[in-house]
Design a protein. Structure first.
Length: 71
């Protein structure tokens, strides 16, 4: 399971996503603010939604490898 925040930039036409493993969040009340202010996880910035989704999926693998210790 992963927690993902997704927003659209206000000054640039870019989507911003952040992928975090839920066990790394300090608060169980998950909100975009909690996810964004967490020091853990990975951001994806992309203009194209298809590319954004593709990159978010790649971040799942990175979160597993780095934070969950899977190889």
């Amino acid at each position: 399971m992963y927690v993902i925040s997704l927003s659209r930039g206000t000054m640039a036409d870019t989507y911003i996503a952040k992928v975090v493993a839920p066990e790394l969040l300090m608060n169980v009340d998950w909100s975009c603010e909690v996810v964004e202010y967490s020091p853990y996880g990975y951001y994806v910035l992309e203009r194209d939604l298809d590319k954004l989704f593709s990159e978010v999926i790649k971040r799942f693998e990175v979160v597993d490898r780095v934070y969950r210790g899977l190889s």
